[in-house]
Design a protein around this ligand. Structure first.
Ligand code: UDP
Length: 208
């Protein structure tokens, strides 16, 4: 069931059900799907930014990321079972990805962090296929030849193309919210990834 909280949708699912929903998106081979773990900060911000609220409403799965959201849902008389965070959902999907051969792309954090997080995940989940990793510092917008702010820094479009070429089934974007949600919404069709979701600072946590 999908509830409405201050104009934003929230799917009333526990972690297991959210994992099942993502798995169904991956196996259905439908259009690219966006998963948002909605925290109170983003919901508050969306109240002032109609475009962000529209983006949240266009997501295919929205989980309650934070006790504040769970509490507000209960107060509104439309309770959700539990808090489902980005890192919990990502970690719970890893054994499934390893088993099913789903290719995983980690995008975000400082240079080297996503690659280290990937190494640790592969050590924990033998067989896990990392389709690619890239740090989260790139130029916004389209490519313009010779316009790189820093040598070697890719444009947003180039990063999206990099993800597309890697052909992942799952894209985890750790760019901070709502930057990661905007990146996914802007590029999901071009990237063609079955499921993309934002995971905030999770790669920093995983890389220790
Ligand atoms: N980050 C990034 N690109 C940016 C800005 C931030 O990759 O342009 C990364 C940053 O290095 C960190 C994460 O995004 O790994 C943000 O973590 P934070 O915990 O602040 O995000 P939240 O969980 O609050 O969304």
């Amino acid at each position: 069931m999908r509830i409405n909280l201050l104009g934003a949708p929230v799917d009333a699912l526990d972690l297991e059900a959210a994992v099942e929903r993502v798995a169904a998106f991956v196996t259905a081979a439908g259009p690219p799907r966006q998963v948002i773990t909605l925290n109170p900060e983003i919901l508050f911000r969306a109240r002032q930014e109609p475009a962000l609220l529209t983006l949240i409403n266009s997501a295919d799965l929205v989980t309650a990321d934070g006790v504040g959201i769970v509490w507000a849902a209960r107060m509104a008389g439309t309770p959700v079972p539990e808090r489902v965070t980005g890192i919990d959902l990502m970690l719970r999907l890893m054994p499934l990805a390893a088993r099913e051969g789903w290719r995983v792309f980690l995008l975000g954090a400082a240079p080297g962090v996503a690659a280290e997080a990937a190494r640790r995940l592969q050590a924990q989940h033998p067989g896990l296929v990392i389709a690619g990793t890239h740090h989260g510092y790139f130029q916004p917008g389209a490519s313009s030849p010779g316009a790189a702010a820093e040598p070697g820094q890719l444009t947003e479009d180039e990063v999206a193309a990099l993800v597309r070429r890697a052909r992942p089934h799952l894209l985890f974007a750790g760019l901070g919210a709502p930057k990661q949600e905007r990146f996914i919404a802007r590029h999901k069709e071009a990237m063609g990834v079955p499921v993309s979701m934002g995971v905030g600072g999770s790669f920093d946590v995983l890389a220790g």
